[in-house]
Design a protein around this ligand. Structure first.
Ligand SMILES: Nc1ncnc2c1ncn2[C@@H]1O[C@H](COP(=O)(O)OP(=O)(O)O)[C@@H](O)[C@H]1O
Ligand SMILES: [Mg+2]
Length: 393
């Protein structure tokens, strides 16, 4: 964005010309990671994976970490520094030097602010790759900041990110587009505090087991399976530790299948990978794909890719995944998670606009099984972001 002429924003028009590589022929990419959510550690581990796989002959990497308190800092460009060691995820350390993004159209230089020093400018940024999960990162907030700064970035915009984060609105959008979803009820904070009887009335028809979840979390944080209504209170309270808004779903008996979707190039339809399957073994403590099984208990779960499914089911999963991606207006990447019932019925569980993205995560693995390696996937995502105009689109 170095040779930029500010223009008023208009629909479909780019407000910044597409960046061209610098004198050394490299595109400057900010890898933005960490963040305020409970998934800080996972994001940090992902950043390590991306730092080691990104094509350094093509891209110049500027790692920017966000501390758990929300401070933006220059982070080390050291993949090993950010890896999970002995089952413990690293954390972005605080720093006296804070990084800020100018919100002026036409100014793409990050500033470093340090007490007692003259603010200094980092070189212009061509594109931002947010590797953030959960609230204040995957939910449209950071995307809004990047929009205000007129910056190019990887992945979904404000609305799709927000819808993908909020399981309540996500379901309304899915239902509105005729996508297959299961029965559910929403518990808003006021109802739980003052109208508990109405809450129970809305939950009872869902039967058992139930899945109780915070509306806006991820990584299975705060999710519990409830096999008896006696346990509902505790499950709702657990979910409310993460979000005052809670969603209760009827348990779906089916295989857990995931499908990776990539935005289309040049206005083409989004592309779906071969699906993968989450195989939860008997060794999981809670009998489902919970937080521990996801990140810390290797015996508990097996990611099988490609999933062993008949061709017509694969096609159906891919078609529904692309429709789901389009339903929320996702861009760049998203993982669509479904259940496939014993009758081969596909039920959409959720869309993740910033899915797990370590080299061992399902999203990159599904693309790898479909012929696109992790480094090539990173490249494709950055190219998609560079191709798309800033402003309304
Ligand atoms: N309605 C449901 N029926 C059966 N299992 C479910 C249901 N909802 C969630 N689960 C189980 O809980 C896990 C986490 O729920 P999910 O909605 O994917 O939350 P998160 O956004 O935290 O990943 C799923 O991967 C699945 O194992
Ligand atoms: Mg999930």
């Amino acid at each position: 964005m170095s040779h930029h002429t500010p223009e008023p924003a208009s629909a479909g028009d780019s407000t910044s010309p597409a960046p061209t590589p610098d004198a050394a022929g490299k595109t400057r990419v900010v890898i933005l990671f960490g963040g305020r959510s409970g998934e800080h550690g996972i994001s940090v581990a992902t950043a390590g994976g991306v730092m080691s796989a990104i094509d350094r002959t093509k891209y110049e990497v500027v790692p920017i970490g966000i501390t758990p308190k929300g401070q933006w800092v220059i982070a080390a460009d050291e993949p090993e520094r950010w890896a999970i060691t002995d089952g413990k995820a690293a954390e972005v350390p605080e720093s006296a030097a804070e990084v800020v993004l100018p919100l002026t159209v036409g100014d793409a230089a990050l500033r470093v602010l340090e007490p007692g020093r003259v603010p200094s400018a980092l070189a212009d940024v061509d594109v931002v790759f947010p590797l953030l999960h959960g609230p204040y990162g995957e939910d449209g907030t950071v995307q809004g900041l990047l929009e205000l700064a007129d910056a190019r970035y990887v992945g979904s915009g404000v609305l799709a990110s927000a819808v993908g984060m909020d399981k309540h609105f996500m379901k309304m959008v899915f239902a509105g587009q005729g996508l297959p979803i299961g029965p559910y009820a929403v518990i808003k904070p006021g109802d739980w505090d003052r109208r508990r009887d109405i809450v129970l009335q809305s939950v009872e028809p869902l039967g058992l087991p139930l899945f109780v979840k915070p509306a806006r979390a991820g990584s299975s944080l705060g999710v519990s399976r409830v096999d008896s209504l006696d346990d509902l209170d505790a499950a709702v309270e657990e979910a409310r530790r993460h979000d005052p808004k809670v969603i209760v779903e009827a348990g779906i008996a089916g295989r857990e299948i995931e499908c990776a979707v990539l935005g289309g190039r040049g206005g083409e339809r989004p592309r779906a990978s071969l699906p993968g399957e989450i195989l939860v073994t008997d060794e999981t403590k809670n009998g489902f794909y919970d937080y521990e099984a996801k990140y810390f208990d290797e015996a508990a779960v097996q990611l099988s890719c490609p999933a062993d499914l008949p061709d017509h089911v694969i096609k159906e999963v891919q078609e529904i995944a692309v429709r789901t991606f389009e339903a929320v207006g996702a861009e760049g990447l998203a993982r669509v998670d479904v259940f496939v019932t014993p009758e081969d019925q596909v039920v959409v569980n959720e869309i993740n606009t910033m899915p797990g993205f370590t080299p061992f995560s399902m999203y990159p693995r599904m693309w790898d099984a479909s012929g696109l390696s992790y480094p090539d996937l990173i490249d494709e995502l950055i190219q998609l972001a560079l191709e798309r105009p800033t402003g309304l689109r």
